[in-house]
Design a protein around this ligand. Sequence first.
Ligand code: NAG
Ligand code: NAG
Ligand code: NAG
Ligand code: NAG
Length: 464
Amino acid sequence: MVKIYIVTTIVFHLSAGEIINLLPLPEETSTTGNIAELSHDKNLTSLEFANVLSAAVNSIAWIPQIIAKSIGYVPSLVNSNNNGEKVEQFVTEFKDSVHNEDAKLTIEGLLNKYNYACEVHKVITEDDYVLTLHRIPSNRSPVFLMHGILGSSDDFVIAGVESGLAYKLADLGYDVWMGNARGNKHSRKHALFNPTDERFWDFSWHEIGVYDLSAMIDYALNITQKSSLKYIGFSQGTTTFFVLLSERPEYNDKISVMIALSPVAYISRAKSPVIRLMSPGTTILSQFIKSLGFYEFLPDDSLVRILKLMICGTGPVGDILCSNIAFLTSGYDFAQLNVTNLPVIMGHIPAGSSIKQLAHYGQGLLTNDFAKFDYGEEDNILHYGVSTPPNYALENILVPIAIFYSDSDWLAHPSDVKRLYKRLNSVIDLYRIPFKKFNHLDYIIAKNVTYFVYNRVFRLLALN
Ligand SMILES: *[C@@H]1O[C@H](CO)[C@@H](O)[C@H](O)[C@H]1NC(C)=O
Ligand SMILES: *[C@@H]1O[C@H](CO)[C@@H](O)[C@H](O)[C@H]1NC(C)=O
Ligand SMILES: *[C@@H]1O[C@H](CO)[C@@H](O)[C@H](O)[C@H]1NC(C)=O
Ligand SMILES: *[C@@H]1O[C@H](CO)[C@@H](O)[C@H](O)[C@H]1NC(C)=O
């Protein structure tokens, strides 16, 4: 009966208790077994887990108003722009470009193809994860790039050679280092655990900040023999920065400037349907997590199908755009979409994240805090010595920070960004992208990203 329990709880949260009595409990349909079996069967796979979650979502998806209520409104990826001629043009452009070989090339392959040198480095963290760093070497100032949730170092090359941030920084002479968090496709190695082992996935962006970033930054500084580097974070790449600097203030001396592209710390206003759907489930998730361990975030087809229907409706544009969970998580706006490049983007994201990463964001959405992972009262005392998870000490951050944010961002809502801005003591630039429809992924793939974002980034890097 576990499914019914989850469904009830999710519906309860979604509707804030108002509609719960109107809802008939759904029939038990799956083979996931009853709660006793579930909590004792430690071998439940992530796919089965995703099935339970999506079955829960499935059961309530027939009442879109409830979802709409929980999300505030259901954001749409497919707007009035795509009718008639435009749809046809979109489909034609997409079909013409599906065979672009860049979609299949690895980041090394892409850099080679476009005549950029590429080095691959391996770094071992204090807790024994083996991470991959990609570097376009130069003996000038090092710039360290950190990707977002479901992303990887590929994030900085998928816009293509004309707009990709890594290419442009290399053109300017910088020594470009691109990190990869544990769990993404380039960093799926641990001294003891395989990715098939639940213990491999017991991490959130907290561990990525504290262990992965510190190890990668130290490594880059050692190789380059420089005393500091410039840091550019996108999305979760900013979250992990804030975690690192709050927890280990000695890193203030190792970073001369931080560029925050779509910073995510406070997340209470995020529209992302995936994060929103995770959040009411987090209480349940933590129960599951306690008995079943953590897993990779692998949404199954039915979850993707439901989100797709909610966010994209039907039609060829939605079918293409919304088949990728990264777009369903982060949003995507038609206005800045390079349709020709879409197959390349889809060939490289999503790159892998843990369920705990999404659940941790989901907790922040509910509590309106930027705090450590909530394990439940008892276990919080074990982890933190107090029953509620402590907030991150943003006041420890001294690195000069430039913030870029935008109105249509599904993860970094302008009011959440402003709240973060007020808590930081070292902001040197707060810049709102002057384009209303600029969305989350646009920071790495928009047609006009150089014009809207990177030219200002380059000026800031030169000055700091
Ligand atoms: C679960 O895993 C344990 C080892 O971790 C194994 O001994 C057991 O047979 C597995 N059970 C099932 C149902 O696969
Ligand atoms: C620093 O780099 C040198 C080689 O350049 C290596 O021998 C040494 O182990 C590195 N130190 C750390 C702490 O990584
Ligand atoms: C759009 O995508 C194509 C194909 O990847 C690429 O060649 C082109 O440079 C991109 N346009 C811009 C403005 O980046
Ligand atoms: C985007 O860039 C192109 C040329 O690079 C320019 O013609 C166009 O006006 C720009 N669009 C916006 C909205 O600025």
